[in-house]
Write a protein that binds this ligand. Structure first.
Ligand code: PEP
Length: 243
C-alpha cells in the first residue's frame, strides 16, 4: 500500500470537494489517500464511509491557543478529526518565513495531538547544481526532529525538490531513489528503533505520465501531488496505483 497525498494549496471549492467525496465514496481505494484542501473545507467532510481515505491540513500553528490571529492549532485539527498535516512545505518556508525551528515546534504540536506529520523537505536548484543537496536535507531532518521522541506514530517525509514543484520537471528515478535512501539512512541514525514508522514519499510534478515509474520503486512509499490532484480523474488514477 502506498501513500497518495493531495495538496490543493489555495485551490478548490466546496463543490470540487463534494465531487471528489462523492466519487471516492463509490470507488474502492487500494492505497492510503490523504486529501489536503484549504482549512475552511476541512470542516465540511463526511468521509467516515470511505475506506483508506483521510483528510489533512496544509499547515498548523506552532501555538496551542492565544492571541495569534489567523492561526489554527493542532488541537483544533484533532477535534475536527483531521489526523494528517503537511508541515514545512517549501512555499511556507520561502513565502511565509517558516524556519526549521518553527517546523520542529509544529511537529511536536502534531505528535502530541496524535496527528501524522507530513514533513516536506528538499533542495533548491542552486543547491542541487552545487551538489550540496544531501547536506541541505541532512540539516532539514536534523532540525525538524530535534529533541523529538517518537512513540508508535507514523511519520511521512515528502522529498520535494523545489526545482520540481509546479515546473513539470522531475528528477530521474535514480535521483529520487538516491535521496530516499539517503533519508532512510539518516532516519536510521536518528530513530534506529522506529525506522519502519517513517514513510518516504516523493513530491514535485507528479502526473499521469510519471507516477507509475515513481511509485513502482521500493524506495518510494508514496507521492505528494499538487497540480494533478485538482482533477478527479487524474488523481483517482494515481490513487489506484498497483504494482
Ligand atoms: C507540491 O506543491 O507539494 C507539489 C508537489 O506540487 P506539484 O505536484 O504541482 O509540483
Amino acid at each position: 500500500m502506498k501513500y497518495i497525498i493531495a495538496n490543493w494549496k489555495l485551490n478548490g471549492s466546496k463543490s470540487l470537494l463534494s465531487e471528489f467525496l462523492n466519487q471516492f465514496a463509490t470507488h474502492s481505494l487500494h492505497n492510503y489517500v490523504v486529501l489536503c484542501p484549504p482549512h475552511l473545507l476541512l470542516s465540511d467532510l463526511d468521509n467516515k464511509h470511505i475506506d483508506n481515505f483521510f483528510m489533512g491540513s496544509q499547515n498548523v500553528s506552532e501555538y496551542n491557543n492565544g492571541a495569534f490571529t489567523g492561526e489554527i492549532s493542532a488541537e483544533m485539527l484533532a477535534e475536527n478529526k483531521v489526523f494528517h498535516s503537511i508541515v514545512g512545505h517549501s512555499e511556507r518556508r520561502t513565502l511565509f518565513s517558516e524556519t526549521d525551528e518553527k517546523i520542529n515546534i509544529k511537529i511536536k504540536q502534531l505528535l502530541s495531538n496524535k496527528i501524522t506529520p507530513i514533513l516536506c523537505i528538499g533542495e533548491n536548484l542552486e543547491q542541487r547544481n552545487t551538489n550540496i543537496f544531501k547536506k541541505i536535507i541532512d540539516v532539514q531532518l536534523e532540525e525538524a526532529f530535534k529533541n523529538i521522541k517518537i512513540d508508535d506514530q507514523t511519520i511521512i517525509i515528502a522529498y520535494e525538490p523545489i526545482w520540481s514543484i509546479g515546473t513539470g520537471i522531475t528528477p530521474d528515478i535514480s535521483q529520487i531513489i538516491e535521496v530516499h535512501e539517503f533519508i532512510t539512512t539518516k532516519i536510521k541514525q536518528l530513530y534506529p528503533k522506529n525506522v519502519n514508522q517513517f514513510k518516504i514519499a516523493y513530491g514535485g510534478s507528479v502526473n499521469l505520465k510519471n507516477y507509475h515509474t515513481i511509485l513502482s520503486s521500493k524506495a518510494v512509499d508514496g507521492v505528494l501531488v499538487g497540480g494533478a490532484s485538482l482533477d478527479f480523474r487524474s488523481f483517482y488514477e494515481i490513487c489506484n496505483f498497483k504494482n
